[in-house]
Design a protein around this ligand. Sequence first.
Ligand SMILES: [Zn+2]
Ligand SMILES: [Zn+2]
Ligand SMILES: [Zn+2]
Ligand SMILES: [Zn+2]
Length: 249
Amino acid sequence: MTILAGTMQAETLNCPMCGAPAASDATACAHCGARLATVACPSCFGMIFEGAKFCSHCGAKVERTEVAADAPRPCPHCRLNLGAVLVGNTNLLECAKCEGVWVDVATLQQICDDREKQAAVLGMAAPLPAGNIGFENFRYVPCPVCQTLMNRVNFANCSHVVLDICTKHGTWFDKDELRKVIEFIRAGGMEQSRTREIAELERQRSLLKSDQTGALSAPVFQTATPPRYDGYDLAVDLVGAAINTLFKL
Ligand SMILES: [Zn+2]
Ligand SMILES: [Zn+2]
Ligand SMILES: [Zn+2]
Ligand SMILES: [Zn+2]
């Protein structure tokens, strides 16, 4: 893998449209604006420079085919219609302008089943309350399918990747976020997140115990259903704690 990356770095990268030199991690030509890199790795969903045969992130063989879209789906940010693409055997919709990627519910399940259990992934994504500290600059964006404003979710509470989710239709990943989430899962992030969550629930439980008899039901995040607003207050506490840690850096 190191050898592959080394080989690719040694190549001079030039824009296929205008010939201007380009950095190997550039996704668009600084000179003519042509698209230089696209999501093309079926293993890590990294963005790969046009024409490269192997992924510069993980070394996997590049597999990408553009296909016809079933229906017009506007990008939540740019409002351009998303293009359909087959990466390996995974169907994605992508925006040619902002390079964001839309993954429908079934496809995300398929992706995560390969790497970790779906229950752990979506079950632990907790909704972020509007106007939380540090998140004022984010705005809620509409689902490309139903146009309802999506929930903003800190993936697995501690991944530091914030996603937009329509529980009915799918998940929006800004540029390169899908690869970051895969990286997080592969680095054992889900396990870490579970450990933190259990510790936090234990803490909440003992607080409750000293307060009242109220027994907290089984961990609200560890279900196979997409995030719901049951247990919302607890979710807000947990997410708030994660965010405070994040922004105190
Ligand atoms: Zn160019
Ligand atoms: Zn890759
Ligand atoms: Zn876009
Ligand atoms: Zn929707």
